[in-house]
Design a protein around this ligand. Structure first.
Ligand code: MYR
Length: 285
């Protein structure tokens, strides 16, 4: 048995980590005026955010096609893999997880074990890293899948956007509060509930939003002190660094990383988004 970890570009696993842990990826797409770009391959976050500033129309996004997914699985078969732990962004916001299942049923010689991360971005990467570490430790597919389910329970992220324009237009916001957050100067705080994005609070300023997110994360952690955390920003690195400086001292047993919102997710969040994610595991990054 040879097991691969396969994820998608929204997890934004760095090339260094992909090499170290043998993590494979499929790409989601950003579309500007009908022109398709594979994110992180054909278009970098910098290019994407500067294009978003100048284009009149908001970009749209698409999942990897089943055909592309099949091609990736066939490559893995040729490399001798028999099983794939396929970890994808929440099925409540993208059809990527379903593409994994459909493609898996079409390719002989490899079994796809699809994991719905129920989230996206770096928390999804945390699942990939843990799965890959367990493969290196010789753990079985069953125990990896069991740990994935437990980690999803032990993980959360809260995020804020400057306004809800992109999320509303892309149809990725659930619940009746959508209209409230679009009011001028209201900063909506969002999180995932049952695989979907919902607004859980709204405050007047960005500063207050960040404070509220810190409180929510402290509640989530409770008496737990050990974890791996991420601050993720949509083209707002200076703000992310300043926020990290404020948060990090409160969590001496937590390793923090700073990452970027990828173009596909940025299409839905808009520029200037900030997120704080945490998993109650020491991933030894
Ligand atoms: C597709 O077209 O299939 C991709 C849709 C991607 C929707 C992204 C919505 C925002 C996700 C925010 C994740 C924040 C995690 C901390």
């Amino acid at each position: 048995m040879k097991i691969a970890v396969l994820t998608d570009s929204t997890a934004n696993v760095s090339e260094e980590l992909r090499r170290r842990y043998d993590i494979h990826e499929v790409y989601l797409n950003v579309l500007f005026n009908g022109q398709t770009y594979r994110e992180m391959k054909d278009i970098s976050p910098d290019e994407f955010y500067s294009r978003m500033r100048t284009e009149a129309e908001l970009p749209t996004t698409s999942q990897p096609s089943v055909g592309e997914y099949v091609d990736k699985l066939e490559e893995l078969v040729v490399s001798g893999y028999t099983d794939v732990i396929a970890i994808h962004l929440s099925s409540g916001i993208s059809g990527t997880y379903q593409s994994a299942i459909t493609a898996g049923s079409m390719v002989e010689g490899i079994t796809v074990h699809a994991v719905d991360s129920e989230i996206s971005l770096t928390p999804q990467a945390f699942l990939c890293i843990r799965a890959a570490q367990m493969i290196q430790e010789g753990e079985s597919v069953e125990s990896i899948l069991d740990e994935m389910a437990k980690m999803i329970e032990d993980m959360t992220a809260y995020f804020m956007v400057n306004d809800l324009k992109n999320l509303k237009k892309g149809g990725r916001l659930s619940g009746a509060q959508a209209f409230v957050g679009s009011m001028l100067q209201v900063k909506p705080i969002l999180h995932f509930v049952d695989k979907k994005i919902v607004a859980l609070d709204k405050v007047r300023t960005k500063k207050k939003a960040l404070k509220r997110i810190e409180e929510l994360m402290a509640d989530f952690m409770g008496d737990d002190t050990v974890g791996t955390a991420c601050i993720i920003h949509g083209h707002a690195e200076a703000e992310a660094l300043a926020w990290l400086k404020e948060i990090e001292p409160h969590y001496p047993d937590v390793k923090f990383v700073i990452e970027e919102v990828t173009p596909v997710v940025g299409s839905h969040l808009g520029a200037g988004s900030l997120a704080f994610g945490m998993v109650k595991r020491d991933l030894k990054l």
